[in-house]
Design a protein around this ligand. Structure first.
Ligand SMILES: [Zn+2]
Length: 161
């Protein structure tokens, strides 16, 4: 009988833990395109997976899209949803592709406290892939916002003329 009490305590702790996890999952956003992590892993490159699915950050100045200013549209690298237009891109000097606005409705926002303070996290509204963050130090003459985006999360589609 003495052994039964610690056993029961363990069971109780485990059940408590699992119900808390269920609650957390229910609060998660749902996306039009949903895949298992294994499916994403098979489709994306390691770098894309790290940024889009694990909310990682690419090294600054590492993306060939950083200094790209051709006319076109930047799509989500995971699901091909158009996210940013070239006319809204600017050189922020940070080393990451930067835009003063996104294509409305195609991105969604969350909060990220990973590095100790709250940042506005930005992700694809269709597949939930992490893109980057939004800061308030963008060009004052337009929106004042800086969408700081990982180039690896984007696919550039040049405009047809
Ligand atoms: Zn997407």
């Amino acid at each position: 009988m003495k052994k039964l009490i610690p056993m029961l305590t363990i069971c109780f702790l485990l059940s408590c833990n699992s119900s808390a996890q269920k609650k957390e999952n229910q609060q998660k956003e749902t996306f039009e395109i949903t895949k298992t992590e294994a499916e994403w892993k098979a489709e994306l490159t390691d770098k894309e997976y790290y940024v889009l699915r694990e909310a990682g950050t690419e090294r600054p100045f590492s993306s060939p899209l950083n200094k790209k200013y051709e006319k076109g549209v930047y799509h989500c690298a995971a699901c091909d949803t158009p996210l940013f237009k070239s006319e809204h891109k600017f050189d922020s000097g940070t080393g990451w592709p930067s835009f003063d606005r996104a294509i409305e409705g195609n991105v969604a926002y969350g909060t990220d406290t990973k590095i100790g303070y709250t940042r506005d996290e930005e992700h694809c509204a269709t597949c939930g892939g992490h893109l980057g963050h939004v800061f308030n130090d963008g060009p004052k003459e337009t929106t004042g916002k800086r969408h700081c985006i990982n180039g690896v999360a984007l696919k550039f589609v040049p405009a047809e003329d």
